[in-house]
Design a protein around this ligand. Structure first.
Ligand SMILES: NC(=O)C1=CN([C@@H]2O[C@H](COP(=O)(O)OP(=O)(O)OC[C@H]3O[C@@H](n4cnc5c(N)ncnc54)[C@H](O)[C@@H]3O)[C@@H](O)[C@H]2O)C=CC1
Ligand SMILES: O=C(O)CCC(=O)C(=O)O
Length: 488
């Protein structure tokens, strides 16, 4: 049996079987481009289901960790090939569930395939160091061991890439996994898990449980048999997850918000800067933790930059993500739309000047979707709510400054520190930015969004739990170091 039964109903995957929740209840995953279209019904799982899924993952942990890294890698290579074969179908499911355009969804699914292959290869790489002992007859070295069972709580904005960049390293380093995806994208998550199931991973090594954040998400964070928990999502929930894990001594990793700045210097290539600001701020309808939100522009180029930016934003086509030519899909859910609308209202109320957008599109064929026009505000000041809080929508706030020093100071005036970029040709500006910008990802003459799977990713300040995901950095979370002292 596959993940899908009867009328669009998707099941949990527990101990190698697709099963319904003991609650007998399901939750709708709807299309944000048309609220009347149900993409699938997913299980509204209960605390009993959670106990079962964690028990299955725990029972499978010992045999899985005993396999060689290369044997575990073979399973990931197989899952990558299957996902690649199903790329179009998975991408379409993503677009229908959360609205991002089909080309973006395809790109993300291809990224999922690449992440799986990258971590499959990690199974053959070194996991420790030899360290000289003070005893000349001893051998001292480090090795690494898996944590045990890892709980993965994932959001809806990257329905393929985020679960995979958490599950693939967890698995390759010898952990078993329980995935709890966001309900908005739980159908896409079921399709990913089908790829692992088809790849033949032993029963219990990878598991899927869907349901509410407060029952299943929080339940995972609090479960005594979950040894590590990795989360991406909102700041508020992330902190609660971290606190629950800390309270029982489990390891945790949190990736949360951003309020990412781009600085446009006087000597910037303005066309490049405009394109990078639009792509970084508005792609995926602004729903990336790395999205550009604050646009800090030096006085000398302010008017010219603004004019070019507004001209291009006005022409962006809002529409259904599956339709060719659409540049910007809907917000992923109604709450998200309401949040964006309320931030736009707040911006106006606090005195920012609306340059473009700011309203829901008027076309009749978009009336049933969670659409909002791409929006640009002028005359934003650092104390305004739209310059301080994460909006997670297609809203850009323009702020004028006189010097690079002022720009970097303003860029750092935030509770967050995930990503930041600067457009400039001046090496002095670039060096100051690299040194002084408090962000986990700093990009020069490139947009704030778009992380590379082989490089560490994570934020400073309140953007993350100060850990890093992806690339070889992932080993730090998914394993514990053991120092071995050996003497004959
Ligand atoms: N950093 C990022 O990539 C993301 C940031 N966000 C931010 O969060 C805001 C709200 O979006 P939401 O979807 O409501 O995010 P959220 O933080 O509520 O959801 C993320 C994940 O956490 C789960 N969850 C919810 N409540 C939980 C709880 N009490 N304990 C454990 N897990 C729980 C959800 O089911 C989902 O799987 C957005 O407007 C945006 O600002 C949202 C998604 C991704
Ligand atoms: O910019 C990217 O590619 C990744 C963004 C991300 O990790 C997120 O929005 O959660």
């Amino acid at each position: 049996m596959g993940a899908f039964v009867g009328e669009q109903t998707y099941l949990n995957y527990i101990n190698g079987e697709w099963v319904a929740s003991t609650s007998g209840k399901t939750i709708k995953s709807i299309n944000p481009a048309n609220r009347n279209e149900i993409v699938g019904l997913v299980q509204a799982s209960s605390a009993d289901d959670l106990d079962q899924v964690v028990a299955a993952a725990k029972a499978a942990a010992k045999a899985w960790r005993k396999l060689s890294g290369s044997a575990r890698g073979d399973f990931l290579f197989k899952a990558a090939n299957i996902l690649e074969r199903r790329l179009d179908e998975v991408a379409e499911s993503m677009t229908r569930e959360m609205g991002k355009t089909l080309p973006e969804a395809k790109g993300e699914t291809a990224r999922g395939v690449a992440i799986l292959r990258y971590y499959a290869g990690e199974g053959m790489r070194k996991v420790g160091d030899v360290i000289p002992s003070t005893d000349s007859e001893a051998l001292m070295f480090t090795t690494r061991v898996p944590l045990g069972v890892v709980g993965v709580i994932s959001p809806w904005n990257f329905p393929v890439a985020i679960p995979i960049w958490k599950m693939a390293p967890a698995l390759i380093y010898g952990n078993t996994v329980v995935l709890k995806p966001a309900t908005e994208t739980a159908v896409t998550a079921a399709k990913i898990i089908e790829c692992f199931a088809e790849a033949g991973l032993p029963a219990g090594v990878i598991n899927l449980i869907t349901g509410s954040g407060s029952i299943i998400g929080q339940g995972l964070a609090e479960h005594k048999d979950i040894n590590g928990i990795t989360f991406t999502g909102s700041n508020q929930v992330g902190k609660a997850v971290g606190q629950a894990a800390l309270a029982r001594g489990a390891k945790y990793q949190l990736e949360m918000g951003g309020k990412n700045p781009v600085i446009i210097a006087d000597d910037a290539n303005l066309d490049l800067a405009v394109d990078g600001t639009i792509s970084g701020g508005l792609k995926s309808t602004g729903q990336k933790c790395t999205a550009t939100s604050r646009v800090i522009v030096m006085r000398g180029v302010y008017e010219a930059f603004k004019e070019k930016l507004v001209a291009k934003v006005q022409d962006l086509k809002v529409g259904h993500g599956l339709e060719q030519g659409t540049w910007l899909g809907p917000c992923a859910n109604e709450n998200q739309l309401n949040t964006v609308v309320s931030y736009i209202a707040k911006g106006i109320e606090e005195g920012a000047e609306l340059l473009v957008g700011g309203a829901r599109p008027e076309q009749a064929d978009l009336a049933d979707g969670f659409y909002i026009q791409p929006t640009v505000f002028d005359k934003v000041t650092a104390d305004m709510t739209i310059a301080r809080e994460e909006i997670f929508g297609p809203v850009l706030a323009l702020i004028q400054v006189d010097t690079i020093e002022e720009a970097i100071e303003l860029a750092n005036d935030s509770d967050y520190g995930l990503s930041a970029s600067i457009y400039t040709q001046n090496i002095g500006n670039i060096l100051s930015f690299i040194q002084d910008m408090d962000a986990g990802l700093v990009r020069i003459n490139a947009e704030t969004a778009g992380v590379e799977l082989q490089a560490p990713f994570g934020g400073m300040k309140q953007s993350s739990s100060h850990s890093r995901e992806q690339g070889q950095a992932a080993i730090e979370f998914y394993t514990a170091i053991k120092t071995v002292f050996l003497k004959g």
